[in-house]
Design a protein. Structure first.
Length: 72
């Protein structure tokens, strides 16, 4: 059984993470990504659905790739 992914706190995410350029979980630049369950935030009284993306297949592999460089 796999543990459910805990939704990140949208208020703590950077602009890059909200735009899907960086992983919403660990902040690494995304080269291969997977969709996270969308989160809903209330902005100015309106519910806004936010699509979030994370490293594929796992954050750990992506961070190792980042250290070696994307060209390897
Ligand atoms: Zn990640």
């Amino acid at each position: 059984m796999t543990a459910a992914i805990e939704a990140p706190d949208v208020r703590r995410l950077t602009g890059d993470q909200l735009r899907g350029w960086a992983c919403a979980l660990c902040g690494v630049r995304l080269y291969e990504d997977r969709a996270l369950p969308p989160v809903t935030e209330v902005r100015h009284g309106l519910k806004v659905r936010i699509e979030l993306w994370a490293c594929a297949p796992t954050c750990l592999e992506a961070s190792q790739k980042e250290r070696r460089g994307p060209w390897l």
